[in-house]
Design a binder for this molecule. Sequence first.
Ligand SMILES: NC(=O)C1=CN([C@@H]2O[C@H](COP(=O)(O)OP(=O)(O)OC[C@H]3O[C@@H](n4cnc5c(N)ncnc54)[C@H](O)[C@@H]3O)[C@@H](O)[C@H]2O)[C@@H](O)CC1
Ligand SMILES: Nc1ncnc2c1ncn2[C@@H]1O[C@H](COP(=O)(O)OP(=O)(O)O)[C@@H](O)[C@H]1O
Ligand SMILES: [K+]
Length: 479
Amino acid sequence: MYILDSEEIKRTDLKTIQTGIKEETLMEQAAFSIYQIIKDLNPKKVIAICGTGNNGGDALATIRLLKNFGIKADAYLNGTYEKCSLGMKKQIEIAKNYNVNFVGIESIGDYDIIIDGLIGNGLKGELREDTKILIDKLNNINCKKISVDIPSGICSDTGEIMGDAFKADITITFGYLKIGHIMYPAIDYIGNLKLVELSFFKERYTRKLVNEEQVKNFFPLRKENSNKFTYGKVCILAGSVQYPGASVLTALGAIKSGAGMVQLITPNRTESIINIEPSVIYRSLDKDYFEKEDLEIINKDLKAANTIIIGPGITKNSIEFVNEIIDNYTEKKIILDADALYAIKNKKLRKNILITPHPGEIKKFTDQKIKTVYEIEELSKNLNCNILYKNSTNIITDSQNTYFNVLGGSFLSKGGTGDLLSGLIGGFSAQGCNLMESSIISTYILYKTGRKLQEEYTSNYMTPILILNNIYKTIKELI
Ligand SMILES: NC(=O)C1=CN([C@@H]2O[C@H](COP(=O)(O)OP(=O)(O)OC[C@H]3O[C@@H](n4cnc5c(N)ncnc54)[C@H](O)[C@@H]3O)[C@@H](O)[C@H]2O)[C@@H](O)CC1
Ligand SMILES: Nc1ncnc2c1ncn2[C@@H]1O[C@H](COP(=O)(O)OP(=O)(O)O)[C@@H](O)[C@H]1O
Ligand SMILES: [K+]
C-alpha cells in the first residue's frame, strides 16, 4: 500500500481530473462513502463543520446526501461564500437546492455526530488563532466525531499537530493513506482510520506501508536440497564487560531467523550463550572492550561471513574498532547498531551498510534535528547507506524507496528488543536478502509476534525472549 504526501495527493487529484474525471465526481464519490459510513452509525442529527476549501466540500456534500436520505443534517460554514474554493462554492449551490440548513456557531452543540470538514490536505502552516478556538470548542463537545480526510490541524506530511487538532473517533480518507495518518502524534487524533477508494488515476509512488504480502515476497525460500552454507554466515561483534546480555539477544535473533551459521564474538566472557543455544559458534577475546588490535585475531572469522553485525553493548570504548571494520570489510553487508553508531560521525558509508538508530541514537552521529521522513531520506542519501529509523512508526529507507512499519507498540519498549532486532536483520541478510528486505521482514516478524502476544501476556510482561520464542508462529504464516 502506497503512502503519499500532500504534493503527491495534489498531483494525483490533478492527473485524475486531466484524464476527464471531474472534481465534483470525485467529491461526490468521497461524500457517498462518508455518507454510507455515517448512515450505519444510526445518527439522529448530524452537523458538518465546513471550511472554505474542498475538505468542506466533501463534508457539505455528505450533509446533503444524509438529508436527502431522510437523516436530520445541517451545516456550519466557517467563512464566507466569497472565500470558498470553486468546488466548495458548487457544493453550497447544490446544498441550497436540497434545502440544507446552514446554522450559526451557537447551535453546534446540539448534534450527536460532528463531521470535521474544516481543513484537509490544504493546511498551510500553524492553525489560525480563530480556527484553534473553534477546534477547541468542537473537541469539548461530547458526541461522535468524524474527520474528513485527516483531522483538521494535522500536517499530512509529518503527522505534527499544527497548534491544535480535531480529535476524531473515525477518520475517513480517500484513495491513499498519507504520511500524517501513520505518524505520532497524529495517530492519537485519528481514531479508527478508514480508507475508501475514489476513481483516482493510479501510479507508482516511492513510499509504502509494510504489510504481509510484501514480507511474503521478500521472505527467503528454503530448499530441501540444501545445507548450512546455503543459508549464509553472520558474524556478530557485540557485548562488553558492561553489557554482556545484548550479545546473547543478537545471536539468538540471528540463529532463529534461519541463518546457516551464527558466530558470536564478544570481548568479555559470555559462555552462557552456549547453554541457551549451543549451535551458536562462540568466541571470547577475554577482555573488557573491543579494540582496533583485535581485528587481526578475528579477521578469518569475519572473512568467512557474508554479514557482520556490530554494536549491541560494545560501548563508546570501541569506536576505532568499528571504524576499522567499516573500512576493511567493504565487500560484506554490515549492520551498525547501538554504540557502533558513534563511529559514523562525518563518515561516508556504503550501500551495503544498514544503520539502525532510534530517535535518541541519531544524536550520536549528527547534530541535525531529524524526525520527518524527508529528513531521514535525506540522511540516508548523505550517508550513502540504508537506514532503519526505530521511532514508534519505523521508517526503513535507502533514500529512493521508503517503507513504514506501524505494527510496533509499547510491548516493545524494553531494553534488548533492538538487540534482538539487529540479530534477526543480520540473519535474514545472511540468507541472501538485501538490507532493506531484511529490515522489512525482521521488523514485521518481531512486531507482529509481539502484537499478538500482548493480548494474552499484556504489554508490561513482554520481554524480547518471550517474543523471540514465538516468532515461529508469524514465520509459519509467511511460508
Ligand atoms: N479533487 C477533489 O475534489 C478531491 C478533494 N478532496 C478533498 O479536498 C481536500 C483538499 O481541499 P483543498 O485543497 O481545497 O484544501 P482544504 O479544504 O483541505 O484546506 C483549505 C481550507 O483550510 C483553511 N486553512 C488552510 N490552512 C489553514 C491554517 N493554517 N489555519 C486555518 N485555516 C487554514 C483554508 O482557509 C481553507 O478553508 C482534501 O483534504 C479532501 O477532503 C478529496 O476528496 C479528493 C478529491
Ligand atoms: N512504543 C513503541 N512503539 C513502537 N515500537 C517501539 C516502541 N517501543 C519500542 N519500539 C521498538 O522496539 C525496538 C527497540 O529498539 P532499541 O531502543 O534499539 O532497543 P535496545 O537498544 O534496548 O535493544 C525498536 O525496534 C523500536 O522501534
Ligand atoms: K478535516
